[in-house]
Design a protein around this ligand. Structure first.
Ligand code: ZN
Length: 559
């Protein structure tokens, strides 16, 4: 089986993917008989530079050329050139292996011979041209200064700046074309076209994964597709592509975002277990995580990221509002700090675990904003210099860090939970729950929850219920225990159900956490949350200008 990349290599300017700007100029030059003596084709690998050079050579030598300038692509001359190396009139040189002055001298001598037939052009295609030595360029410069008739040089390079450094005078004699990266959508479309021609089916996600991996290069995309085809029978699935490329399942990336958004450091170990069990390459995982965060940031800043699979797209949509763009930038920064260590480390697993733990334990901008906004609101109502409000808990001995009324709270919004299908419809005539009714029912609620789950019961035991506002019930967690808060949030539905049974009311639960600022005089062990609380307190001491500057400052202060 001929490799797809070869079988489907374009034969006409019209088929050059994405490089229309180049194709149009070259085709026009051929049609008008005004082809130059030297061209420089630059751009990333696999985007069609050498292919364009061959099409130019085909067009110059095709006896049945189209009036538009396109070669026929079918005649003996065209096919010989297209296959590479078998034509007398087209000489392909790989500068990476022939870079010296001797070759250049030989080239110069050979260039003196005319083309094999009258009316033909002799085309030299020099690949990896940045590898040529200064001496070689000097020899070439002499040819280009007085080019023999009918001789065309086409230099292709991924690194034009190197040519500028070694051979600036040559550059001024070349017409330069910059080839573009081929976008994921164009690569997907082309892959689909090739598969249709081959009569093979494929998932959209499979093609998306290949396009992402190819990173702008059509040749790479087609050779990955080749590998996938030889690896299995039937339709090309996303799973097969992942297997071939050693990619991590998209669901795992979505799970990472969930752990970060929900602050669940304890879930990190299980996730890395799953990664390792699936045989994932951890460095590849880190690269994928970086891509994911970049896409998330693009979405948050109003750009449309390309090349996402359905699973990833859904994951990003559900987390774009739960993570602040500033936090995503900080996650990316932590990730880049980890990239070098993971390559050196004897224990890459530990490196990945540490990174994910740092992400899940990271101080978060949304929280800080809420603290600051909450504080600002309190100041407006209580007034500057007012004593601790009735809701303040504990005595503050430090005037600089006096907590606002209500204590320093970190409010964590729980996304609305859809009512369970079997739940009875709420009765509109329900009287509002009186605070006393709730406190009366509380011991019963607590013991029933405890009977269900000891851990959830423990979490709920540290809670002061109320107040009830409309249909929402605030639960203030007195102890700043992220695991308790996390569990209460995760199982709010279960608690709501018990509350409903004991009070006859359908209430949505909101969990708030009283920060440790309530009792600042008591020495506390240094925990992750106490450090966070201290930092928040020091922010507040620098009040009041901080509220407005919070966004900008957070990036610098934290972590
Ligand atoms: Zn032809």
């Amino acid at each position: 089986m001929i490799a797809l990349a070869r079988r489907y290599r374009p034969k006409r300017f019209a088929d050059l993917l994405v490089q229309d700007h180049v194709a149009a100029v070259l085709r026009g030059a051929v049609a008008r008989g005004r082809v130059g003596h030297g061209y420089l084709l630059t751009g990333p690998r696999g985007v069609g530079k050498t292919t364009a050079a061959r099409i130019l050579a085909m067009a110059l030598n095709c006896p049945t050329r189209d009036p538009s300038g396109d070669p026929c692509g079918e005649c003996e001359s065209c096919l010989r050139i297209w296959n590479g190396g078998a034509s007398l009139d087209v000489i392909e040189i790989d500068a990476a292996s022939n870079r010296g002055v001797d070759d250049a001298r030989e080239l110069r001598e050979r260039a003196m011979y005319a083309a094999s037939q009258a009316g033909h052009h002799k085309v030299y295609i020099v690949d990896e041209a940045h590898m040529l030595t200064r001496e070689a360029w000097n020899a070439l410069l002499k040819i280009l200064e007085e080019p023999p008739p009918g001789v065309v040089f086409v230099f292709a390079t991924t690194e034009p700046q190197k040519i500028a450094a070694t051979a600036a005078p040559v550059l001024s004699r070349l017409q330069r074309f910059d080839f573009r990266r081929i976008g994921p959508a164009s690569i997907r479309a082309r892959l689909r076209q090739v598969l249709d021609a081959e009569g093979i089916a494929a998932d959209d996600d499979a093609l998306t994964l290949i396009a992402r991996h190819a990173d702008g290069g059509m040749r790479d995309a087609l050779s990955v597709l080749d590998q996938c085809l030889s690896f299995g029978e039937g339709a090309v699935s996303a799973a097969r592509v992942r297997e071939v490329l050693g990619l991590v399942a998209d669901e795992l990336y979505a799970d990472v975002l969930a752990l970060v958004a929900d602050r669940r450091p304890e879930g990190v170990f299980g996730l890395v277990d799953r990664l390792v069990d699936a045989g994932a390459d951890l460095t590849e995982f880190m690269g994928g995580a970086g891509e994911l965060l970049r896409s998330l940031l693009m979405l948050q800043l109003g750009n449309e990221p390309e090349g996402l699979t359905e699973a990833v797209r859904q994951g990003l949509d559900s987390y774009r509002d739960r993570l602040d763009p500033g936090d995503v930038v900080r996650m990316l920064r932590l990730l880049t700090e980890t990239e070098a260590p993971i390559r050196r480390s004897a224990n890459p697993r530990l490196v990945v675990e540490t990174l994910l733990l740092r992400w899940t334990m990271m101080d978060r901008m949304v929280d800080l904003k809420q603290v600051l906004e909450g504080g600002a609101a309190e100041r407006r109502t209580v007034g500057r210099g007012g004593g601790p409000g009735p809701g303040a808990r504990g005595a503050s001995g430090e005037p600089m860090v006096r907590p606002p009324a209500g204590g320093e709270m970190r409010k964590v919004e729980i996304p609305p939970i859809p009512p369970p299908a079997a739940a009875p419809p709420p009765v509109p005539a329900d009287p509002p729950v009186r605070p006393s009714a709730l406190s009366d029912a509380w011991p019963g609620i607590l013991s029933e929850v405890r009977a269900r789950s000891r851990f959830l019961g423990e979490a709920l035991a540290g809670v002061t219920p109320g107040p009830v506002e409309g249909s929402s019930l605030s639960l203030l967690l007195e102890e700043s225990n992220p695991l308790f808060a996390e569990r209460l949030q995760a199982q709010a539905g279960a608690v709501e159900e018990v509350v409903q049974r004991h009070t006859g009311q359908t209430l949505r639960i909101r969990v708030s956490v009283a920060e440790a600022g309530a009792a600042p005089s008591k020495p506390r062990p240094m925990t992750e949350s106490s450090v966070r609380a201290d930092r928040l307190r020091s922010f507040r001491a620098k009040d009041p200008a901080l509220d407005t500057a919070a966004d900008a400052l957070d990036l610098e202060i934290v972590d």
